[in-house]
Design a protein around this ligand. Structure first.
Ligand SMILES: Cc1cc2nc3c(=O)[nH]c(=O)nc-3n(C[C@H](O)[C@H](O)[C@H](O)COP(=O)(O)OP(=O)(O)OC[C@H]3O[C@@H](n4cnc5c(N)ncnc54)[C@H](O)[C@@H]3O)c2cc1C
Length: 395
């Protein structure tokens, strides 16, 4: 029996996550007939777990330099045309209460469910047809038409949008599908890697794992990049916002330098030696750092000797190490714990205006699937909204 003719649409969007939902709503509200397909049984699952269930939906400090990409200029156009303020205006129009937590990060007062409900409502306003729990099967492209089989159905459209995200948190249904599809159409993929991910320590640094649960504000550096936020010791190594941020820049084999005392003036230890000669390094550090951390660092630097019994040179060296303590992570906790995936579909082959593949008319890629990765703090959702908006206006 001949297979039934595919149902025609103006655009088929693969992936009902942040980027796909927003892109579908924008295109639908422009009068496009849109089909949005996802293999998960519910839309926006990562939105629901984001920001501890409150969704850090944007960052008021959004700037292109807060994104990592082989082409640092690529994100400028989309971010410039759909800003954090634009998304805030939408959230406000839905009466969703929000607050700024820290560093420009905006969270719902209530629940991330409100953001998903808003996006679904926006899709409904655009008449978007959403097919959930549908594994995507065959994909074909001929005569300017994309043909997609999903479940037992087939759809066709002149535009196909890849919005299936990256492989971080596979237990939530995340896959590398976007990369396979992109390669099928001849697009390049920048080697993906886990980002915003805890780092693991081994070898002689294993002893730091005994500090599991201890947190302190630090400046952490990898190469020329630095972040000042909290770091947290874990039973596997290092985590906390500062470490997650630097993990996106860290490469295997590189050290990560931690300044444990970002607020102490130069020479503070020799000054302490004069003012409290009977103090030990441990007691001096104890006033500045959590006790268990102070003990571990002091032990590695100078034992329990009194400051008065140590040379100024030795104290200066201790101060230097406390200001740039080199850790040598032996890896990351991988995609299972990575908030995002860095790398992805190369921006080389995409238009920064529309997200359309230059050499494959009608094919678009948006969101985390693309080689644009934001800092921690709402930047990744802002990229999902902005890139989804850019493609939504073009399809
Ligand atoms: C725990 C956690 C917390 C986070 N918190 C924040 C935060 O507070 N703020 C922030 O800005 N970012 C946060 N992020 C990052 C953010 O969730 C992502 O950057 C964002 O969801 C990317 O949007 P996307 O639409 O590109 O991909 P996704 O939201 O991942 O959506 C992709 C969709 O594609 C579907 N899909 C995948 N493979 C297939 C396939 N083969 N067939 C069919 N469908 C498929 C998936 O089911 C999913 O619905 C967090 C991430 C995690 C994991």
């Amino acid at each position: 029996m001949p297979s039934p003719a595919p149902t025609p649409y103006d655009a088929i969007i693969l992936g009902a996550g942040a980027a796909g939902l927003f892109c579908a709503a924008v295109a639908g509200q422009r009068g496009r007939k849109v089909l949005l397909i996802d293999h998960a049984d519910a839309p926006g699952k990562k939105i629901l777990i984001s920001g501890g269930g409150r969704c850090n939906f944007t960052n008021v400090n959004t700037q292109p330099d807060r994104y990592i990409s082989a082409n640092p200029h690529f994100a400028k156009s989309a971010l410039g045309r759909y800003s954090a303020q634009d998304f805030i205006a939408l959230v406000d129009a839905y009466g969703i209460a929000w607050h700024e937590k820290t560093l420009g990060q905006l969270f719902c007062d209530g629940s991330a469910r409100q953001i998903v409900a808003m996006l679904l409502d926006e899709c409904a306003k655009g008449g978007v047809q959403i097919a959930l729990g549908q594994p995507i099967g065959d994909m074909a492209h001929a005569d300017g038409t994309y043909r997609v089989t999903y479940g037992s159905k087939t759809a066709s459209a002149p535009a196909l949008v890849i919005a299936t995200g990256g492989p971080s948190i596979p237990k939530m249904g995340a896959t590398g599908f976007a990369y396979d599809l992109a390669r099928q159409f001849g697009l390049k993929v920048v080697e993906p890697r886990p980002a915003l991910v805890p780092l693991t320590l081994g070898g002689e640094e294993t002893l730091f794992r005994s500090l599991s649960g201890v947190a302190t504000e630090v400046i952490v550096r990898a190469g020329k990049t630095a972040f000042r936020e909290a770091a947290l010791f874990t039973h596997k190594g290092l985590s906390g916002p500062a470490i997650l941020q630097i993990s996106s820049y860290w490469r295997h084999g590189d050290p990560v330098a931690v300044d444990f005392l970002p607020d102490t003036p130069a020479g503070w230890l020799t000054t302490a030696k004069r003012s409290q000669p009977r103090a030990t390094l441990r007691s001096a550090l104890g006033g500045l750092l959590p006790d268990r951390l102070a003990a571990t660092l002091a032990e590695r630097l100078a034992g329990d000797k009194r400051l008065a019994d140590q040379s100024d040179k030795l104290l200066a060296e201790a101060e230097r190490r406390l200001g740039a303590w080199d850790f040598h992570p032996n890896g990351t906790e991988g995609y299972a714990k990575a908030e995002v995936t860095a790398g992805g579909i190369s921006t080389d082959g995409l238009s920064s205006q529309t997200m359309e593949a230059r050499k494959v008319p009608g094919l678009y890629a948006i969101g985390e699937a693309v080689d644009v990765t934001g800092w921690l703090g709402g930047y990744n959702f802002q990229w999902a909204w902005a890139s989804g908006h850019a493609a939504g206006l073009a399809i």
